[in-house]
Design a binder for this molecule. Structure first.
Ligand code: TPP
Length: 309
């Protein structure tokens, strides 16, 4: 969690430096407990799919940091050869199958991965990360229905950060639990505090055990909050679509700080170890940025590669 936080803060800090990162960035700062808690409960051969807000999922599943930062800089060693930007992250070795910015478009891909796992007789699971706006798309319902009827080993993790860009949930959906939508399709449902990494881990471990045992799909609703603007490195509370009071209330429940103090109180994290850990992560981040900045751009002669239409 701390590593993801520090990496995303470094991306935000360096975003406009010399204009070297040209792609949009959708940061998960404030939401890290979801990616950390989920991915800690997964195996390397489990697969995830994610959205435009996917850096934290990619990193938590073990995606390569150099390849991610090269992608942000449009460089050839990027995970999409420098052509995809921050919203197209994948790492097949780590089980990051895809990310895509079209809202809800990755959901059926994750369900398809789960179908493939079941047909192959594997006990791996697929995790579909989605935002609260994704359940407003028809393909979510088709996918949930298919996952339920086929008892697929898939876990839908809905990160409810209360907003679709600037529009709050209560202006988009009637007042009913989001889990009702999944329950209506016959999925097992759980709701967790999405700022509590251990709660997210426990829910995911339970859902993964059920999926591996052939009991089918689960929908986990994780309530959390994005701190920065919808897209970009800054804060945007001045826009007025959410109140400073609401923002401060969520910020006082910082998921990284909550876990840090929990570990410290249990005697599992000493100040010295924490300082060393932060320094190691900072050095790793510096090395990765240096790698990305020094990496070559794709060869101009390859501009037509992968273009099909
Ligand atoms: C099909 C589609 N409609 C609209 C958009 C524009 N859009 C990009 S992100 C976004 C909000 C998504 O909200 P949510 O799924 O809750 O994820 P969050 O950004 O809050 O993490 C929208 C509407 C899009 N990318 N794709």
């Amino acid at each position: 969690m701390l590593r993801v936080r520090l990496i995303e803060e470094a991306v935000a800090d360096r975003y406009h430096l010399d204009n070297e990162m040209r792609c949009p960035v959708h940061l998960s700062i404030g939401q890290e407990a979801v990616s950390a808690g989920v991915c800690l409960a997964l195996r390397r051969d489990d697969q995830i799919v994610t959205t435009h807000r996917g850096h934290a999922h990619y990193l938590s599943k073990g995606g390569d940091l150099n390849a991610m930062l090269c992608e942000f800089h449009g460089k050839a060693p990027g995970c999409c050869g420098g052509r995809g930007g921050s919203m197209h992250l994948f790492d097949s070795d780590a089980g990051v199958l895809m990310s895509a910015p079209i809202v809800a478009s990755s959901i059926p891909v994750g369900v398809g991965a789960a179908l493939g796992m079941k047909q192959a007789g594997s006990d791996a699971v697929a995790v579909v990360f989605l935002g609260d706006a994704s359940v407003e798309e028809g393909v979510f319902h088709e996918s949930a229905n298919f996952a339920a009827i086929r008892k697929l080993p898939v876990i839908f993790v809905c990160e409810n950060n209360l907003f679709s860009v600037y529009t709050p949930l209560d202006q988009r959906q009637p007042d009913r639990p989001l889990t009702d939508l999944a329950a209506a399709h016959g999925l097992a449902c759980m709701q967790v505090d999405g700022n509590d990494c251990e709660a997210v881990y426990n829910a995911t471990a339970k859902a993964a055990a059920a999926a591996r045992a052939g009991e089918g799909a689960t929908f986990i609703l994780a309530d959390t909050y994005r701190w920065r603007e919808h897209c970009g490195p800054y804060y945007d509370n001045d826009l007025g679509y959410r109140s400073v009071e609401e923002f401060e209330r969520w910020k006082s429940r910082d998921p990284v700080e909550m876990q840090r103090s929990r570990l410290a109180e249990a005697g599992l994290l000493q100040a010295e170890a924490e300082t060393r850990l932060a320094a190691e992560i900072a050095a790793e981040i510096d090395r990765a940025f240096e790698f990305a900045l020094n990496a070559p751009f794709p060869d101009a002669e390859t501009a037509g590669d992968h273009v099909f239409a």
